[in-house]
Ligand binder design. Structure first.
Ligand code: PLP
Length: 394
């Protein structure tokens, strides 16, 4: 069976992690891997998570199976968190999934049952896993213009034009907020306009929201997904709790579907659960139960929201200070976009050679397309990094 296999291509970020670990320089900087880091360079367990975890260990009385939709209390809380009051709950159904990735895969399987081989339009560029994930489910992929590499902002007019040509046979995958890898996002006015275009085209929308709360706050970051949910007859959302609860390895995500009416939502949900059954049967409970506890407990929820605010402010401060440091070094506003972007990443737009030079000469590691993890840069390393960036881009 295996004799004729050739090795699968190595994941670039995993390779970068190994290279970084092997680098013996003391002043090396990791801007590659997509996890949040605090001022000390640690990826902390939030205190609200630690408290919920302790409570769970104390209160849990059984380890019996949970069911294909996973933790129902978690699902309800996630629907409230992401969609708020934008859409009647009778039209929404949700299934817990192993991470945002698992939620995307469940929805992709569902879409391939509803419209076998349909084309999913994906932003150019995007999170690299979107393409293999959709194709593994049997769907086709194509891209729509998203990022202006010169101006480092959204090519909104081009994006709208592309969406206006899509049809009700197509699927449009949108990043809900904090676009990965670019950091360039839609304004509320742009979400409004895009929603109108989507409605006219009749294209089906899947929103991937993996960084809720990392941009401008929980409510502001949900503007786009809620606008779409309030307007469109049908839709799907894949939410991740990896970043905003810091639960990465616990694999916590939620797949939500909105049906045209309650009976349709029920039928669609039965297909979503059938995809879960075929893939892994039931998701792991631990992380989802932690999220459920936090979102349903007034004090823990307030504590989590305060911690999430600190996380967001930390990244915004790094953005502002780095843009300022580059302004001084370049005598220009060329890097002001870093302060305007939101989320954990910015695509800074330097060449692959310069990315290599940063690594070789300065011990600065970032992904080859020049995506930098803002959180990887502690406030104390901004000047060192700004000197290196100014030197390679001179
Ligand atoms: N979607 C986007 C855009 C992401 O960046 C990520 C993670 O990096 C995910 C989905 C999936 O996250 P996870 O499966 O770790 O919850």
């Amino acid at each position: 069976m295996f004799e004729k296999l050739s090795p699968a291509p190595q994941d670039k970020i995993i390779a970068l992690i190994a290279e970084f670990a092997a680098d013996e320089r003391d002043n090396k900087i990791d801007l590659g891997v997509g996890v949040y880091k605090d001022a000390t360079g640690n990826t902390p367990i939030m205190t609200a998570v630690q408290k919920a975890e302790a409570k769970r260990v104390k209160d849990q009385t059984t380890k019996t199976y949970v069911g294909m939709a996973g933790n129902v209390g978690f699902n309800d809380a996630m629907v409230d968190l992401v969609l708020g009051d934008s859409v009647g709950k009778n039209r929404v159904r949700a299934a817990q999934a192993p991470g945002g990735t698992g939620a995307l895969r469940l929805i992709a399987d569902l879409l391939n049952v509803a419209k076998p081989g349909a084309t999913v339009y994906i932003s150019d560029p995007t999170w690299p896993n979107h393409i293999p994930l959709m194709e593994a489910a049997g769907l086709k992929t194509a891209s729509y213009p998203y990022f202006d590499a010169e101006k480092r902002n959204v090519r909104f007019d081009d994006m709208c034009e592309a969406v206006s040509k899509m049809t009700s046979d197509d699927i449009l995958l949108l990043h809900g907020c904090c676009h990965n890898p670019t950091g360039a996002n839609l304004t509320n006015e742009q979400w409004d306009k895009l929603t109108d275009i989507i409605e006219d085209a009749g294209v089906f929308v899947l929103v991937d929201i993996a960084y809720l709360g990392f941009g401008d706050g929980l409510t502001d970051d949900a503007y786009g997904v809620r606008k779409l949910a309030a307007t469109l007859p049908e839709m799907a959302v894949a939410a991740s709790c990896s970043k905003n609860f810091g639960l990465y390895r616990e694999r916590v995500g939620c797949a939500m579907i909105i049906g045209i009416d309650e009976p349709s939502a029920n039928v669609t949900f039965s297909q979503l659960l059938s995809a879960a059954r075929a893939n892994y049967s039931m998701p792991p409970d631990h992380g989802a139960e932690i999220v459920r506890i936090i979102l349903n407990d007034k004090d823990l929820r307030a504590e989590w929201e305060a911690e999430l605010t600190d996380v967001r402010n930390h990244m915004v401060t790094i953005r502002k200070n780095l843009a300022e440091a580059m302004r001084k070094r370049s005598n220009s506003a060329d890097y002001d976009f870093i302060a305007e972007h939101r989320g954990m990443f910015s695509l800074i737009g330097i060449s692959q050679d310069d990315v290599e030079k940063l690594k070789k000469d300065h011990g600065v590691y970032m992904v080859g397309n020049s995506r930098m993890n803002i959180a990887g840069l502690g406030v104390d390393k901004i000047d060192i990094f700004a000197d290196a960036l100014a030197e390679v881009s001179r």
